[in-house]
Design a protein around this ligand. Sequence first.
Ligand SMILES: Nc1ncnc2c1ncn2[C@@H]1O[C@H](COP(=O)(O)OP(=O)(O)OP(=O)(O)O)[C@@H](O)[C@H]1O
Ligand SMILES: [Mg+2]
Length: 315
Amino acid sequence: MCFSDREQEAGKLLGLYRRGAAVPILVYGPEGSGKSTLLRYIVWRVDRDGGLGVYIDALSGGDLEEAIYPLTSAMRSILADLLAGTAPPLGRVLAVRLWDLLRGLLMRAEAERRRVLVVVDDVYRALGLEEAEAYTKRLYELLGRLYGLGVESALVVVATSEGASRRLLARHSYASTSLLWNLAREGLGELLSQIEAPIGAEEAWRITGGNPRLLGRLAELEWSPGRLVEELAEQRLAEALEAVGREALEKLAEDPDSEPNAARRLEDMNLMIRLSRVASLSPPPEPDRELGVGRDWAWQTPAYRLAALHLLERR
Ligand SMILES: Nc1ncnc2c1ncn2[C@@H]1O[C@H](COP(=O)(O)OP(=O)(O)OP(=O)(O)O)[C@@H](O)[C@H]1O
Ligand SMILES: [Mg+2]
């Protein structure tokens, strides 16, 4: 699929990168909403404009091309030393040895590379939740060390779709969290026209709510919303029903804010999500029952709510 929209979100992150951030930013949002895609895009922009941009996929296995971007010749030669004798998974190793990598790159970089953007994607899944706080604190310290090396401005971003890591880090002052929501209605329309999808924009919106990965799955299912909802009911919602019970699931399908404790359990299953209305990269979604969006809680995509209703009807 083609990259659509996201100018506002990219603009906010690039603005912060130019001004310099005091603490790492945790970007969280629905699974498949496009976090990794956006973050790779801003690293590409920084690299193109002469800054030092590094993207690490902490979950990546043994392939360097997958684990780090952009793989410049300076990067390759530093990594050859840094990774000598280490065993995969490489993404995890790179996340852990980030400081050595950045210091090496800054030592070699041309004088104008005085601005730094670092993205570590999916790092909490790679390291385990029990490491999330300690690792993020180290990223905070790394920012301080970058400024200590004379870097003019820097931004460190961590991305996660796990509610549990967001909840852990929201307790601390050494990181800030920011929501990346699904594509807006216009962004989804742009994407649909680029791929010449045989589905109306309104229908696609009511099902995917602008989630690009779900749109891809809908395409694979020959654009049949019914098949998508049935599949999700069986694969994702049946277990959710067992976890929270019928009554809570019914209430949450009616009103996402009605059962915070059950919503939190569904957040752990990547079905719902806690919204940030102030700390948000995207315009936060307006409350809309049909789309499964409340004031504080939302279904990650409307399709999950539809699948819950489908399951409740059948059982
Ligand atoms: N702005 C966009 N325009 C078009 N397609 C997009 C956009 N953003 C993401 N996609 C597509 O949507 C899919 C999911 O994107 P991506 O992997 O970036 O999501 P994610 O939020 O990082 O997911 P996860 O939560 O699993 O890490 C990919 O196939 C990607 O190409
Ligand atoms: Mg991702």
